[in-house]
Ligand binder design. Structure first.
Ligand code: ZN
Length: 93
C-alpha cells in the first residue's frame, strides 16, 4: 500500500489508512465538531490520526463525565462505518 490517497480529514495527499476508532470515539469527535461526518470510518493520514487520538486522550475525562453523544448518533456512526467499508452498491442509489 504505497499509493497516496487524499486524506478525508486534512485533504492532503498522504499515505492513509482506516483507523480503528470505536463508533463511540467517532461520535465524540463529531460531537466536539473536530471532524466532518464524511470523515467517519474513512482512511486518514497518520498526522490526523495522532491529532484525533491525542484529542480523545486529552478529553477522556470529559468523555467520562458526559454528556455522552446519544446512542442514536453512535448507531448512525456504526451504520456509516459499515456503509463506508463496503463497496458501492449499484442497486441502492
Ligand atoms: Zn490528514
Amino acid at each position: 500500500m504505497k499509493a497516496l490517497q487524499r486524506c478525508k480529514c486534512c485533504g492532503e495527499m498522504k499515505r492513509v489508512r482506516v483507523r480503528d476508532f470505536s463508533p463511540q470515539a467517532w461520535a465524540y469527535l463529531l460531537h466536539w465538531e473536530e471532524i466532518d461526518s464524511s470523515v467517519v470510518g474513512q482512511p486518514i493520514c497518520s498526522s490526523c490520526y495522532s491529532d484525533l487520538r491525542e484529542l480523545l486522550i486529552d478529553r477522556s475525562s470529559e468523555m467520562e463525565q458526559g454528556p455522552e453523544p446519544s446512542i442514536a448518533s453512535q448507531q448512525a456512526i456504526a451504520a456509516e462505518m459499515l456503509h463506508n467499508g463496503l463497496p458501492q452498491d449499484p442497486i441502492a442509489s
